[in-house]
Design a protein. Structure first.
Length: 295
């Protein structure tokens, strides 16, 4: 009865995001006669994960090993997820390795957290390797895992691989969400693939996926890098008609494109529009506007 009550209390703390209270209860249980189990550790580790305290979660895992309580899949998932929140990809992979050594079969949650951890830690090659390992365990890659892998490739600058993965998602009929499109558009922006960026934006509209400022900025930057200042300006007008608010990055990208295209008149109009819309200008804005006037 004591362990049931204790686990319920720790779980309540975990759900309420009270990681400090969960650890306090845990310490009290260790000092008392309550025989804590794997469920207790999982709940406490999950509370640490929600509080962004990966070190605390790892400490709980080590304590679990010291007192020889057999860890289960739920415990590993909780600790790996805690490491994922802070981008501690090496710790995540170490835990996954220990999990396999104990002949515990990882699930989709395990791999999602590990791949996302690699993405946050900019370990794009490891993220791709995990996708292969996931297939070896006969687990289908889902939207969360592939989104993380695409973002990882994009951040590293491997835009071609990012778009390949996006293609895999399309071919398999997987759900594409705002995160998927945002990462793919960012990859197009890096590669100067403005036509594909525009296609992705059209696909978002057709699929009723809401685009954010970051995605629209990516499309505009892709057009700007491709020297398509008119296309970039067209997308700015679309942003203006929607509820999205253009920012400094939006205007800078188009002004730079206008400078490259020797359209100093449009660049100055945009510079004035920034003041009217109370959008802050920076050194990039001033430099690009000056460059346009000198062209």
């Amino acid at each position: 009865q004591d362990i049931i009550t204790f686990n319920a209390a720790v779980s309540a703390c975990e759900k309420g995001g009270e990681w400090e209270m969960a650890l306090l209860l845990f310490r009290m249980a260790l000092q008392s006669q309550v025989e804590i189990d794997a469920v207790s550790f999982s709940a406490a580790a999950s509370a640490c994960e929600k509080g962004g305290k990966w070190e605390k979660a790892m400490h709980l895992f080590r304590v679990m090993l010291q007192i020889r309580i057999e860890s289960d899949k739920m415990t590993f998932n909780a600790v790996i997820s805690a490491c994922e929140k802070s981008g501690e990809w090496e710790k995540s992979l170490q835990l996954l390795s220990w999990m396999l050594q104990r002949e515990l079969e990882p699930d989709t949650i395990t791999f999602n957290a590990a791949i996302s951890s690699c993405e946050k830690g900019r370990a794009w090659q490891k993220a791709l390797q995990l996708l292969s390992v996931m297939a070896q365990h006969k687990l289908e890659s889902n939207t969360v895992a592939l989104n993380a892998a695409i973002s990882s490739c994009d951040k590293f600058g491997d835009w071609e691989r990012a778009l390949q993965l996006f293609g895999v998602m399309l071919q398999n009929g997987m759900k594409l969400d705002a995160i998927t499109y945002s990462a793919a558009v960012s990859a197009c922006e890096q590669g100067g693939e403005w036509e594909q960026a525009l296609q992705l934006l059209d696909m978002m509209v057709q699929g009723s996926v809401e685009s954010g400022v970051f995605t629209c900025n990516g499309v505009i930057s892709a057009c700007a890098k491709g020297g398509e200042w008119e296309k970039a300006l067209q997308n700015l007008r679309l942003m203006t008609r929607s509820t999205l608010k253009s920012d400094t990055i939006t205007f800078n990208a188009i002004i730079i494109a206008c400078a490259t295209g020797t359209r100093w008149d449009v660049a100055l109009q945009l510079f004035n529009a920034m003041a009217q819309k109370t959008v802050d200008s920076d050194m990039t804005t001033l430099s690009a506007s000056l460059s346009a006037c000198q062209a």
